[in-house]
Design a protein around this ligand. Structure first.
Ligand code: AMP
Length: 114
């Protein structure tokens, strides 16, 4: 089932887009939890981590990590470090069922995450 992120991909609703390629889109999270909080998503609809198939999606996941690295570098947070998070399912705290990689940075992250 399509989510609000499909509408962002199709430019039906606005988002602050920071990176776009053929397969990947990245935009600012609407409710940032850190000075840098960006969501990196595939343009195809994969609901969650458990729907990932390594054979089929490894290239796409690589592109998502490449995008995260590029964005972190462009924003100057690469050297100090950052956090990448996939929330999966109810216990993982997932709210939007379109796969997304959270890129969080610009401050020291806590662990455990809570
Ligand atoms: P998750 O809890 O991992 O599913 O994360 C979903 C994230 O999407 C949350 O951090 C929300 O703040 C964010 N979000 C929801 N709607 C939008 C939107 N329209 N634009 C940007 N970020 C959004």
């Amino acid at each position: 089932m399509s989510t609000i992120f499909s509408k962002i991909i199709n430019k039906e609703i606005p988002a602050n887009i920071v990176f776009e390629s053929d397969n990947v889109l990245a935009f600012n999270d609407i409710n940032p939890q850190a000075p840098v909080h960006i969501l990196i998503i595939p343009k195809i609809e994969i609901p969650k981590v458990t729907d990932i198939n390594g054979n089929e999606h490894s290239q796409l996941l690589g592109e998502m990590i490449d995008a995260a690295n590029k964005i972190a570098k462009d924003l100057g947070i690469s050297e100090d470090g950052f956090r990448l998070v996939f929330n999966c399912g109810e216990n993982g705290g997932q709210e939007v069922y379109h796969l997304h990689l959270h890129l969080l940075g610009g401050r020291k992250m806590n662990w455990p995450p809570g």
